[in-house]
Write a protein that binds this ligand. Structure first.
Ligand code: SF4
Ligand code: SF4
Ligand code: SF4
Length: 310
Protein backbone atom coordinates (compact mmCIF):
# COMPACT_ATOMS: atom_id res chain seq x y z
CA UNK A 1 0.00 0.00 0.00
CA UNK A 2 1.04 3.62 -0.58
CA UNK A 3 0.57 5.42 2.76
CA UNK A 4 -2.87 4.30 3.86
CA UNK A 5 -4.21 4.04 0.35
CA UNK A 6 -4.79 0.90 -1.69
CA UNK A 7 -2.95 1.09 -5.02
CA UNK A 8 -5.19 0.28 -7.98
CA UNK A 9 -4.44 -0.62 -11.60
CA UNK A 10 -7.10 -1.20 -14.20
CA UNK A 11 -6.63 -2.54 -17.72
CA UNK A 12 -9.00 -3.32 -20.58
CA UNK A 13 -8.58 -6.11 -23.03
CA UNK A 14 -10.93 -6.96 -25.89
CA UNK A 15 -14.14 -5.22 -24.80
CA UNK A 16 -16.60 -2.41 -25.48
CA UNK A 17 -15.24 -0.02 -22.84
CA UNK A 18 -18.53 -0.17 -20.93
CA UNK A 19 -17.01 -1.69 -17.81
CA UNK A 20 -14.55 1.18 -17.46
CA UNK A 21 -17.40 3.63 -18.00
CA UNK A 22 -19.26 1.79 -15.21
CA UNK A 23 -16.31 2.48 -12.89
CA UNK A 24 -16.47 6.19 -13.68
CA UNK A 25 -20.27 5.98 -13.34
CA UNK A 26 -19.89 5.49 -9.62
CA UNK A 27 -20.41 9.27 -9.64
CA UNK A 28 -20.12 10.78 -6.15
CA UNK A 29 -19.41 7.32 -4.72
CA UNK A 30 -16.14 7.56 -6.65
CA UNK A 31 -15.07 10.23 -4.15
CA UNK A 32 -15.52 7.71 -1.32
CA UNK A 33 -13.44 5.17 -3.24
CA UNK A 34 -10.74 7.76 -3.96
CA UNK A 35 -10.35 8.46 -0.24
CA UNK A 36 -9.06 4.91 0.17
CA UNK A 37 -7.63 4.19 -3.26
CA UNK A 38 -4.79 5.62 -5.32
CA UNK A 39 -5.40 4.97 -9.01
CA UNK A 40 -2.03 4.32 -10.65
CA UNK A 41 -3.16 3.02 -14.02
CA UNK A 42 -6.58 3.32 -15.64
CA UNK A 43 -7.06 3.76 -19.40
CA UNK A 44 -9.93 6.25 -18.95
CA UNK A 45 -8.38 8.27 -16.10
CA UNK A 46 -4.57 8.17 -16.33
CA UNK A 47 -1.89 8.30 -19.01
CA UNK A 48 0.12 5.42 -17.52
CA UNK A 49 1.33 3.06 -20.27
CA UNK A 50 3.29 0.67 -18.04
CA UNK A 51 2.19 -1.60 -15.20
CA UNK A 52 3.10 -0.18 -11.77
CA UNK A 53 3.16 -2.43 -8.69
CA UNK A 54 -0.38 -2.36 -7.23
CA UNK A 55 -2.52 -3.95 -4.53
CA UNK A 56 -5.61 -4.47 -6.69
CA UNK A 57 -5.82 -4.99 -10.44
CA UNK A 58 -9.15 -4.72 -12.25
CA UNK A 59 -9.19 -6.44 -15.64
CA UNK A 60 -12.08 -5.87 -18.03
CA UNK A 61 -12.57 -7.63 -21.34
CA UNK A 62 -11.43 -11.01 -22.60
CA UNK A 63 -8.32 -12.30 -24.36
CA UNK A 64 -8.55 -12.18 -28.15
CA UNK A 65 -5.20 -10.73 -29.28
CA UNK A 66 -1.49 -10.90 -28.51
CA UNK A 67 -1.84 -7.49 -26.85
CA UNK A 68 -4.48 -8.90 -24.50
CA UNK A 69 -2.20 -11.79 -23.52
CA UNK A 70 0.73 -9.50 -22.73
CA UNK A 71 -1.48 -7.04 -20.83
CA UNK A 72 -3.27 -9.61 -18.67
CA UNK A 73 0.00 -11.36 -17.74
CA UNK A 74 1.59 -8.02 -16.83
CA UNK A 75 -1.40 -7.21 -14.62
CA UNK A 76 -1.10 -10.57 -12.84
CA UNK A 77 2.62 -10.05 -12.31
CA UNK A 78 2.26 -6.55 -10.86
CA UNK A 79 -1.03 -6.75 -8.90
CA UNK A 80 -1.51 -8.68 -5.67
CA UNK A 81 -5.24 -9.23 -6.23
CA UNK A 82 -6.85 -9.57 -9.64
CA UNK A 83 -10.55 -8.89 -10.19
CA UNK A 84 -12.14 -10.30 -13.36
CA UNK A 85 -14.50 -7.37 -13.86
CA UNK A 86 -17.51 -7.74 -16.14
CA UNK A 87 -18.97 -10.61 -18.11
CA UNK A 88 -16.31 -10.37 -20.83
CA UNK A 89 -13.51 -10.98 -18.34
CA UNK A 90 -15.40 -13.71 -16.45
CA UNK A 91 -17.07 -15.64 -19.29
CA UNK A 92 -15.73 -14.20 -22.54
CA UNK A 93 -18.74 -11.93 -22.92
CA UNK A 94 -20.83 -10.97 -25.91
CA UNK A 95 -18.02 -11.18 -28.44
CA UNK A 96 -17.53 -14.83 -27.40
CA UNK A 97 -20.36 -15.38 -29.88
CA UNK A 98 -17.65 -14.78 -32.47
CA UNK A 99 -16.85 -18.48 -32.19
CA UNK A 100 -19.75 -18.99 -34.58
CA UNK A 101 -17.65 -17.35 -37.30
CA UNK A 102 -14.11 -17.56 -38.65
CA UNK A 103 -11.65 -14.73 -38.06
CA UNK A 104 -11.78 -13.97 -41.79
CA UNK A 105 -15.58 -13.61 -41.72
CA UNK A 106 -15.40 -11.29 -38.72
CA UNK A 107 -12.68 -9.07 -40.24
CA UNK A 108 -14.48 -8.98 -43.57
CA UNK A 109 -17.78 -7.99 -41.97
CA UNK A 110 -16.29 -5.32 -39.71
CA UNK A 111 -13.96 -3.68 -42.24
CA UNK A 112 -15.75 -4.31 -45.56
CA UNK A 113 -19.47 -4.72 -44.91
CA UNK A 114 -20.78 -3.17 -41.71
CA UNK A 115 -22.27 0.22 -42.70
CA UNK A 116 -21.02 1.87 -39.50
CA UNK A 117 -17.43 0.56 -39.45
CA UNK A 118 -16.39 -0.34 -43.00
CA UNK A 119 -13.21 1.24 -44.35
CA UNK A 120 -12.52 -1.11 -47.31
CA UNK A 121 -9.09 -1.72 -45.77
CA UNK A 122 -8.38 -4.64 -43.50
CA UNK A 123 -5.46 -3.72 -41.23
CA UNK A 124 -2.58 -6.20 -41.13
CA UNK A 125 0.51 -4.85 -39.40
CA UNK A 126 -0.85 -1.94 -37.38
CA UNK A 127 -2.96 -3.92 -34.90
CA UNK A 128 -2.64 -7.17 -32.98
CA UNK A 129 -4.06 -10.10 -34.97
CA UNK A 130 -7.22 -11.80 -33.70
CA UNK A 131 -6.64 -15.08 -31.88
CA UNK A 132 -8.73 -18.00 -33.04
CA UNK A 133 -11.00 -17.90 -29.99
CA UNK A 134 -12.15 -15.51 -27.29
CA UNK A 135 -10.78 -16.61 -23.89
CA UNK A 136 -12.02 -15.62 -20.41
CA UNK A 137 -9.08 -14.33 -18.38
CA UNK A 138 -8.97 -17.15 -15.82
CA UNK A 139 -7.93 -19.53 -18.58
CA UNK A 140 -4.72 -17.46 -18.86
CA UNK A 141 -4.01 -16.15 -15.34
CA UNK A 142 -5.17 -16.84 -11.80
CA UNK A 143 -8.14 -14.72 -10.74
CA UNK A 144 -8.92 -13.78 -7.12
CA UNK A 145 -12.39 -12.23 -7.42
CA UNK A 146 -15.08 -12.53 -10.07
CA UNK A 147 -17.45 -9.63 -10.66
CA UNK A 148 -19.65 -10.47 -13.67
CA UNK A 149 -22.22 -8.08 -15.13
CA UNK A 150 -22.42 -6.24 -18.43
CA UNK A 151 -21.36 -4.01 -16.86
CA UNK A 152 -21.70 -4.82 -13.13
CA UNK A 153 -24.16 -2.52 -11.31
CA UNK A 154 -22.55 0.22 -9.18
CA UNK A 155 -24.01 -1.46 -6.07
CA UNK A 156 -21.95 -4.61 -6.69
CA UNK A 157 -18.84 -2.70 -7.79
CA UNK A 158 -18.82 -0.81 -4.50
CA UNK A 159 -19.58 -3.97 -2.53
CA UNK A 160 -16.62 -5.80 -4.13
CA UNK A 161 -14.17 -2.90 -3.93
CA UNK A 162 -15.16 -2.06 -0.35
CA UNK A 163 -14.57 -5.60 0.86
CA UNK A 164 -11.11 -5.64 -0.71
CA UNK A 165 -10.22 -2.18 0.60
CA UNK A 166 -11.42 -3.12 4.10
CA UNK A 167 -9.80 -6.56 3.85
CA UNK A 168 -13.07 -8.38 4.55
CA UNK A 169 -14.35 -11.46 2.73
CA UNK A 170 -16.51 -10.49 -0.26
CA UNK A 171 -20.10 -11.70 0.00
CA UNK A 172 -20.79 -14.60 -2.34
CA UNK A 173 -24.14 -13.97 -3.92
CA UNK A 174 -26.13 -16.70 -5.61
CA UNK A 175 -29.50 -15.00 -6.24
CA UNK A 176 -30.86 -14.96 -9.78
CA UNK A 177 -32.35 -11.99 -11.62
CA UNK A 178 -35.78 -13.40 -10.70
CA UNK A 179 -35.08 -12.53 -7.06
CA UNK A 180 -35.01 -8.82 -7.93
CA UNK A 181 -37.77 -9.00 -10.55
CA UNK A 182 -41.24 -7.72 -9.59
CA UNK A 183 -43.13 -10.00 -11.99
CA UNK A 184 -45.08 -12.99 -10.70
CA UNK A 185 -44.76 -16.50 -12.13
CA UNK A 186 -48.16 -18.10 -12.63
CA UNK A 187 -49.65 -20.94 -14.63
CA UNK A 188 -51.30 -19.96 -17.91
CA UNK A 189 -52.89 -21.60 -20.97
CA UNK A 190 -50.29 -20.09 -23.35
CA UNK A 191 -49.51 -22.63 -26.10
CA UNK A 192 -46.90 -20.86 -28.25
CA UNK A 193 -43.53 -19.15 -27.85
CA UNK A 194 -43.71 -15.47 -28.80
CA UNK A 195 -40.96 -13.33 -30.27
CA UNK A 196 -40.01 -10.23 -28.25
CA UNK A 197 -41.58 -7.97 -30.91
CA UNK A 198 -44.86 -9.86 -30.88
CA UNK A 199 -47.77 -8.40 -28.92
CA UNK A 200 -47.56 -6.58 -25.61
CA UNK A 201 -46.55 -8.44 -22.46
CA UNK A 202 -48.43 -7.45 -19.34
CA UNK A 203 -46.21 -5.76 -16.77
CA UNK A 204 -47.02 -7.90 -13.77
CA UNK A 205 -46.75 -11.48 -15.00
CA UNK A 206 -43.49 -13.35 -15.58
CA UNK A 207 -42.43 -13.31 -19.22
CA UNK A 208 -42.16 -17.11 -19.22
CA UNK A 209 -45.81 -17.43 -18.17
CA UNK A 210 -46.73 -15.24 -21.16
CA UNK A 211 -44.72 -17.24 -23.71
CA UNK A 212 -41.68 -14.98 -23.97
CA UNK A 213 -38.21 -16.43 -23.34
CA UNK A 214 -36.61 -14.68 -20.35
CA UNK A 215 -33.23 -15.76 -18.97
CA UNK A 216 -33.69 -14.25 -15.52
CA UNK A 217 -33.96 -17.62 -13.78
CA UNK A 218 -30.61 -18.84 -15.15
CA UNK A 219 -28.75 -15.54 -14.72
CA UNK A 220 -26.85 -14.29 -11.69
CA UNK A 221 -28.25 -11.03 -10.34
CA UNK A 222 -25.55 -8.40 -10.87
CA UNK A 223 -27.93 -5.71 -12.03
CA UNK A 224 -31.04 -5.57 -9.77
CA UNK A 225 -33.22 -6.73 -12.69
CA UNK A 226 -33.66 -3.47 -14.64
CA UNK A 227 -34.82 -5.22 -17.82
CA UNK A 228 -37.79 -7.33 -16.67
CA UNK A 229 -38.81 -4.54 -14.29
CA UNK A 230 -39.01 -2.17 -17.28
CA UNK A 231 -40.74 -4.35 -19.85
CA UNK A 232 -37.82 -6.21 -21.45
CA UNK A 233 -37.04 -9.90 -20.96
CA UNK A 234 -33.62 -10.67 -19.48
CA UNK A 235 -31.05 -11.73 -22.09
CA UNK A 236 -28.60 -13.10 -19.52
CA UNK A 237 -25.89 -10.46 -19.82
CA UNK A 238 -24.49 -11.07 -16.31
CA UNK A 239 -23.78 -14.69 -17.16
CA UNK A 240 -25.18 -17.98 -15.88
CA UNK A 241 -25.79 -19.04 -12.28
CA UNK A 242 -23.41 -21.46 -10.54
CA UNK A 243 -26.04 -24.21 -10.83
CA UNK A 244 -26.03 -23.90 -14.60
CA UNK A 245 -22.26 -23.72 -14.73
CA UNK A 246 -21.38 -26.54 -12.38
CA UNK A 247 -24.09 -29.19 -12.67
CA UNK A 248 -23.25 -31.29 -15.73
CA UNK A 249 -26.82 -31.98 -16.85
CA UNK A 250 -28.15 -28.50 -16.13
CA UNK A 251 -27.98 -25.90 -18.83
CA UNK A 252 -29.57 -22.61 -19.94
CA UNK A 253 -31.92 -24.35 -22.36
CA UNK A 254 -32.93 -27.23 -20.06
CA UNK A 255 -33.54 -24.95 -17.06
CA UNK A 256 -35.70 -22.49 -19.00
CA UNK A 257 -37.57 -25.28 -20.83
CA UNK A 258 -38.29 -27.00 -17.54
CA UNK A 259 -39.64 -23.86 -15.86
CA UNK A 260 -41.54 -22.50 -18.87
CA UNK A 261 -43.21 -25.84 -19.71
CA UNK A 262 -44.50 -26.03 -16.11
CA UNK A 263 -45.87 -22.48 -16.29
CA UNK A 264 -47.50 -22.78 -19.74
CA UNK A 265 -48.90 -25.43 -22.07
CA UNK A 266 -45.84 -25.25 -24.33
CA UNK A 267 -44.07 -28.65 -24.45
CA UNK A 268 -40.56 -28.91 -22.96
CA UNK A 269 -39.00 -30.10 -26.24
CA UNK A 270 -40.56 -27.26 -28.24
CA UNK A 271 -38.93 -24.72 -25.92
CA UNK A 272 -35.57 -26.53 -25.87
CA UNK A 273 -35.45 -26.72 -29.67
CA UNK A 274 -36.44 -23.05 -29.94
CA UNK A 275 -33.54 -22.04 -27.67
CA UNK A 276 -31.09 -24.25 -29.57
CA UNK A 277 -32.18 -22.66 -32.85
CA UNK A 278 -31.50 -19.21 -31.41
CA UNK A 279 -28.36 -20.24 -29.52
CA UNK A 280 -26.34 -17.23 -30.68
CA UNK A 281 -28.78 -15.04 -28.77
CA UNK A 282 -29.32 -17.16 -25.68
CA UNK A 283 -25.72 -18.27 -25.15
CA UNK A 284 -24.12 -15.06 -26.39
CA UNK A 285 -22.55 -13.90 -23.17
CA UNK A 286 -21.06 -17.14 -21.91
CA UNK A 287 -20.46 -19.41 -24.87
CA UNK A 288 -16.69 -18.79 -24.77
CA UNK A 289 -16.26 -20.27 -21.31
CA UNK A 290 -15.29 -23.93 -21.11
CA UNK A 291 -17.80 -24.40 -18.29
CA UNK A 292 -20.54 -23.96 -20.90
CA UNK A 293 -18.70 -25.37 -23.92
CA UNK A 294 -17.80 -28.64 -22.17
CA UNK A 295 -21.41 -29.44 -21.32
CA UNK A 296 -23.95 -30.86 -23.78
CA UNK A 297 -23.77 -27.40 -25.30
CA UNK A 298 -20.61 -28.46 -27.13
CA UNK A 299 -23.13 -28.66 -30.00
CA UNK A 300 -23.58 -24.91 -29.84
CA UNK A 301 -21.86 -24.18 -33.16
CA UNK A 302 -24.04 -26.79 -34.87
CA UNK A 303 -27.21 -25.24 -33.41
CA UNK A 304 -26.11 -21.80 -34.56
CA UNK A 305 -25.34 -23.05 -38.08
CA UNK A 306 -28.71 -24.79 -38.29
CA UNK A 307 -30.53 -21.80 -36.80
CA UNK A 308 -29.00 -19.45 -39.35
CA UNK A 309 -30.12 -21.64 -42.26
CA UNK A 310 -33.76 -21.43 -41.14
S1 SF4 B 1 -18.90 -6.93 -19.85
FE1 SF4 B 1 -20.32 -5.77 -21.14
S2 SF4 B 1 -19.99 -3.62 -20.56
FE2 SF4 B 1 -18.22 -4.80 -19.82
S3 SF4 B 1 -16.72 -4.63 -21.46
FE3 SF4 B 1 -17.87 -6.53 -21.81
S4 SF4 B 1 -19.51 -5.94 -23.26
FE4 SF4 B 1 -18.70 -4.06 -22.34
S1 SF4 C 1 -38.08 -15.37 -15.59
FE1 SF4 C 1 -37.81 -13.21 -16.10
S2 SF4 C 1 -39.83 -12.26 -15.94
FE2 SF4 C 1 -39.91 -14.23 -14.90
S3 SF4 C 1 -39.54 -13.74 -12.77
FE3 SF4 C 1 -37.56 -14.31 -13.68
S4 SF4 C 1 -36.68 -12.38 -14.37
FE4 SF4 C 1 -38.83 -12.00 -13.95
S1 SF4 D 1 -31.87 -8.06 -16.36
FE1 SF4 D 1 -30.67 -9.57 -17.52
S2 SF4 D 1 -30.20 -8.54 -19.48
FE2 SF4 D 1 -30.90 -6.95 -18.01
S3 SF4 D 1 -29.01 -6.14 -17.09
FE3 SF4 D 1 -29.73 -7.81 -15.75
S4 SF4 D 1 -28.70 -9.70 -16.46
FE4 SF4 D 1 -28.50 -8.14 -18.06
Amino acid sequence: MSGNKVRLNTEWLCDCGGCHVALVDLHEKMLEVLQSVEILKCPVLTDEKGYPEADIGIVTGSVRTEHDLVAVRAMREKCKIIIAFGTCAVYGGLHGAGLAHTREEIMDYVYRQSPTTKTDTIPHNSISALAKMVTPIDEVIEVDLYLPGCPPHAHYILQGLSSLINETTPRVQRETVCAACNRVMKKTDVTEIKSPSEGFADNETCFLSQGYICQGSVTLDRCLAPCPNHGIACSGCAGPTMQVLTEPTRDIRTEISDRMSRLTKIPYDTIKTHIEKSAKTHYAYAMATKMIGNKPTFLIQKWIAEGEVL
